[in-house]
Design a protein around this ligand. Sequence first.
Ligand SMILES: Cc1cc2nc3c(=O)[nH]c(=O)nc-3n(C[C@H](O)[C@H](O)[C@H](O)COP(=O)(O)O)c2cc1C
Length: 187
Amino acid sequence: METRRLVVGISGATGLVYGTRVLELARKAGVETHLVVTPAGQQTRAYETDLTARDLAAMADVVHRPADIGAAIASGSFRTMGMIVAPCSIRTLSAIAHANGDNLLTRAADVTLKERRRLVLLVRETPLTLGHLRAMTAVTESGGIVMPPVPAFYLRPRTVEELVEHTAGRALDLLGIDVPDLPRWGE
Ligand SMILES: Cc1cc2nc3c(=O)[nH]c(=O)nc-3n(C[C@H](O)[C@H](O)[C@H](O)COP(=O)(O)O)c2cc1C
């Protein structure tokens, strides 16, 4: 039977809303979500939103603690469609690039790569150093997809929400998760 299960990581880059939108759209698409939020991700949640940690947890089907490196998503034998890290900090990108599974988020990402499943990183930083670019290259060489959350304007978004939804929907597209009613060019 097909596994309709997605791992979602939220790290401490600005743009927590990308993570919450991915969770909402995955739920709408009938996909079970497994969430891990880093301590810095919890800090940005508090800075950027009115959500409590409990509100954020309620948006996922299963929530794992970042220190719980024995959780199901730390093993390749636990089947998933893949993983989206949204937003992805440079620290988390760098850890993934070097197969450094020191917390559950980076371990789950490394498992996703080793099992040759889809890994999509919404890396958020600007401007970029050569070190950042090299980490992106390393992840790409390992089969991951680096997808900075860069807005598209051709669909004439009227709100920030629309911009965010389009990016989150495109990330889910990369995992073959169809989001109903996502605005698309030419449709
Ligand atoms: C409000 C705020 C915004 C931040 N934005 C970014 C960012 O856009 N990109 C980034 O790489 N780090 C950003 N950081 C720094 C990361 O949170 C920091 O490097 C942290 O160690 C990342 O840890 P994590 O990868 O385990 O989540 C931000 C921190 C704060 C407090």
